[in-house]
Write a protein that binds this ligand. Structure first.
Ligand SMILES: [Zn+2]
Length: 431
């Protein structure tokens, strides 16, 4: 397979001629079933046809053919919750080490390496949800990748994230010191609107805010609870200003009370969500809010720290996923990669999702078409046409972002951890 790949890369670069990619099975990111004997024709950076292999060979006789044998071809994977500026932030003192000992240029070098790793795992798009103190450097990483300066996934970036005074400090230092803060501190609607404008003007594709802070309770009988960060007027100002500027909003929320405040504000996606109750699930469905559970980061935390006061989070998390899946919440694959080290493949989240009760087909959609839809630009009410991200689906007109795994992910979801071949925008990325 390797020699074929290299030939294809050369052919595509030298001539820009169409490429036909053949694999035994194809999962298009939408359908629940694989199709056999179907190939994909790529011209430039887009897919131009998906049809029986013989038909495409006749239609494009001059095409270079990449034959992936018995593999399953899928859309490029999408992780909708990452932090390329982090590389393991679990445990005491880790934020201190990051914010006090690493410069932003150094962290940006690390971020490009992490982005490249993500691409190697098969993630051709990332929604990177804040730089944790590295300001707008994610916009630079995105630009460098888009311009081909460094390899990496398509980046959809949130820049600095928003939290109110006192809700994101480095703890335990003298009050006389001015410590760095991992987010943009905002208080009151006016300061919030200014910060959103600033972030969007500096290149934010998404606005992220911390709807709650800390986790204070959670038992078998009582849902996870925390402290809500923003007043209803402040949270509404975040969403209103972002939407006015055409940008979607993601809310970090662990507790039921944080989720409640985020939903009242009208966010587009919810992150973490261990405190989801039946009532909140119903509201998420009604409001069409997407949810990135990010279980892998919490599983990693449990493993690294051992039994701890927050150990009730993982069972609550899995129960929430089961509840949300049954009731039809749009669950989007998001891992919080960076909270765990980038030498772990984020695709391991898929196994946790299946263990929590999701069908393998739904999990495959969660990291392809569902995530792609989340990345679609905001569709303004009353607009005749809405723009699309054109990722997450194998169909004519979409970006030629494709990956291949050796087996069948619908039979064994861990196949997603074994991506062997990656194409982004029509260019083969694997060595
Ligand atoms: Zn995160």
């Amino acid at each position: 397979m390797r020699s074929l790949v290299i030939c294809a890369l050369l052919a595509a670069n030298a001539h820009g001629s169409p490429i036909i990619i053949k694999a035994a099975h194809l999962l298009d990111g939408v359908s629940d079933r694989a199709r056999d004997g179907v190939a994909v024709a790529v011209d430039g950076e887009r897919i131009v046809a998906v049809a029986p292999a013989g038909e495409l060979a006749a239609k494009y006789p001059a095409a270079t053919v990449i034959d992936l044998g018995g593999a399953t071809l899928l859309p490029g994977l999408i992780d909708a919750h990452t932090h390329v500026f982090l590389d393991d932030d679990v445990g005491p003192g880790v934020y201190d080490a990051i914010l006090l000992k690493k410069s932003t240029p150094y962290r940006t070098i690390e971020a490009t390496a992490n982005a490249r790793r993500a691409l190697g795992y098969g993630f051709t798009s990332l929604r990177d949800l804040e730089t944790e103190g590295a300001m707008y450097a994610d916009v630079d990483v995105k630009t460098a990748i888009a311009k081909g300066v460094v390899p990496g996934p398509r980046m959809f970036v949130a820049t600095r994230a928003l939290a109110p005074t006192g809700m994101y400090p480095l703890r335990g230092y003298s009050w006389e010191l001015t410590m760095p803060i991992g987010v943009q501190t905002v208080d009151g609607a006016e300061s919030i609107r200014k910060a959103v404008r600033e972030q969007v003007s500096n290149g934010a594709d998404w606005i992220k805010f911390y709807a709650d802070h800390g986790v204070y309770e959670g038992t078998r009988d009582r849902p996870v609870r925390s402290i809500v960060n923003f007043t209803p007027a402040e949270a509404a100002a975040i969403v209103d200003e972002a939407h006015r500027l055409g940008v979607k909003v993601a809310a970090h929320a662990n507790g039921w009370d944080g989720i409640d405040s985020a939903l009242r504000a009208g966010v587009d996606s919810l992150e973490h969500g261990q405190g989801l109750t039946d009532d909140l699930v119903a509201r998420m469905v009604a409001q069409k809010v997407a949810w990135c559970p990010t279980m892998l980061a919490y599983a990693y935390s449990e493993k690294k720290l051992g039994p701890n006061p927050r150990s009730f989070m993982m069972p609550a998390h899995k129960a929430a996923v089961a509840r949300a899946f049954k009731r039809g919440v749009r669950i989007v694959f998001g891992t919080d990669a960076g909270a765990f080290p980038w030498n772990m493949n984020p695709a391991a989240e898929a196994k946790l999702m299946v263990e929590a009760g999701m069908s393998p087909a739904a999990v495959v959609r969660s990291l392809t078409s569902s995530a792609g839809a989340l990345l679609d630009p905001l569709c303004k009410p009353g607009s005749a046409t809405c723009a699309h991200s054109d990722v997450g689906v194998i169909a004519p007109g979409k970006y030629a972002d494709l990956v291949a795994v050796p087996g069948d992910p619908l039979a064994d979801i861990t196949q997603l951890e074994h991506v062997r071949w990656v194409m982004k925008a029509g260019a083969v990325q694997t060595p």
